[in-house]
Design a protein around this ligand. Structure first.
Ligand code: NAP
Length: 293
């Protein structure tokens, strides 16, 4: 969803000044907004106050200071602890909780906020702190769409704004899906580096080829998605039978090099099950349909 080119100065409170909350508050200050900040350890407010932020002594004072309250704590257990101390101060406020969490937690927090007369948005930040306010950062939002529209130009200070639905759990669903893809890639890359180390191949030597190869493979993601959505998993690229035959070579190599093969076990189990069920001529897209318990 494209953001308006310019934003009217807004009043915003930020609860939580860890690495990410600090980056969010700094971006809001940089965009010219009036920012009130609160952190459990008050020492962390110092650098932002030096940049023009107003420190709040309590979460309730921070909430009282602004129409829009952005929350970014370690996890939703911490959010719940802080919310429980807010009393009625959240009434008529928009609370945008950008803390990483589960869809169920988001729905529960939305119900909590709505019962107290607040408008609730849940969010997933698709960036590291250094990317905030830069061209590649974006934040997923779900929940109260009117509240999202009302504050979208303020959210735009953080990165691109992507509203994914009125169900408050949907941002977390998208967030968890994207993080799952990221962790799968990251763990695979670390396994590759571990293997290279056993032959004294510098990680730097493998970095370029990994980027090139994974990028080429990722380019096929839309075709995989189309196969999953249509249920037509037949492939002329790489069959599950061929992948099932190749996987033992990867595992044997790791074993021979004195490395754990644990990384490959879930894939082996899925491939074996898929072929056993008669899907051997299907492509890897079939695996997405075999995870349901
Ligand atoms: P962080 O640097 O560890 O900061 C954690 C924050 O949570 C601190 O402000 C901490 O306060 C506060 N906190 C923890 N427990 C608390 C409690 N019981 N009550 C009140 N405050 C509490 O973490 P972060 O990197 O900023 O991450 C914050 C959120 O953003 C997480 O949900 C994370 O998954 C998400 N996120 C982070 C990144 C990233 O790259 N860093 C990217 C996307 C999303 P104190 O200072 O008092 O300890």
């Amino acid at each position: 969803m494209p953001a308006p080119a310019t934003a009217q100065p807004a009043t915003v409170s930020v609860l939580g000044l860890g690495l990410m909350g600090t980056a969010l508050a700094a971006a809001l200050l940089g965009a010219g907004h009036t920012v009130t900040v609160w952190n459990r350890n008050p020492a962390r407010t110092g650098p932002l106050v030096a940049q023009g932020a107003h420190p709040a002594a309590t979460p309730a004072a921070a909430v009282a200071a602004s129409d829009l309250v952005i929350v970014c704590l370690l996890d939703n257990g911490a959010v719940r602890d802080v919310f429980d101390g807010l009393g009625d101060s959240v009434a008529h406020r928009t609370v945008a909780n950008l803390t990483n969490g589960t869809p169920a937690q988001a729905r529960e927090l939305a119900a909590w906020a709505t019962e107290r007369g607040a408008r609730y948005l849940d969010g997933g930040i698709m960036a590291v702190p250094q990317m905030i306010a830069g061209p590649h950062a974006y934040v997923l939002y779900s929940g109260d769409e009117d509240a999202f529209r009302a504050h979208r130009s303020t959210f735009a200070a953080l990165g691109d704004t992507r509203f994914v639905g009125a169900d408050p759990g949907l941002a977390a669903v998208h967030d968890v899906a994207l993080l799952t893809g990221m962790y799968g890639m990251t763990v695979g890359v670390m396994q590759a580096f571990a293997l290279a180390r056993t032959e004294n191949i510098p990680a730097a030597e493998l970095a370029g080829p990994l980027v090139e190869w994974i990028g080429a493979m990722l380019a096929g993601t839309p075709e995989e998605a189309a196969a999953i959505d249509s249920g037509k998993h037949l492939t002329d690229v790489s069959s599950l039978t061929a992948n099932q035959a190749a996987l033992p070579n990867l595992m044997e190599t790791f074993r021979d090099q004195g490395l754990s093969t644990a990384f490959f076990e879930p894939l082996r189990e899925l491939l074996d099950r898929a072929v056993e069920q008669g899907h051997g001529t299907d492509g890897l897209s079939r695996l997405a349909t075999l995870l349901e318990k």
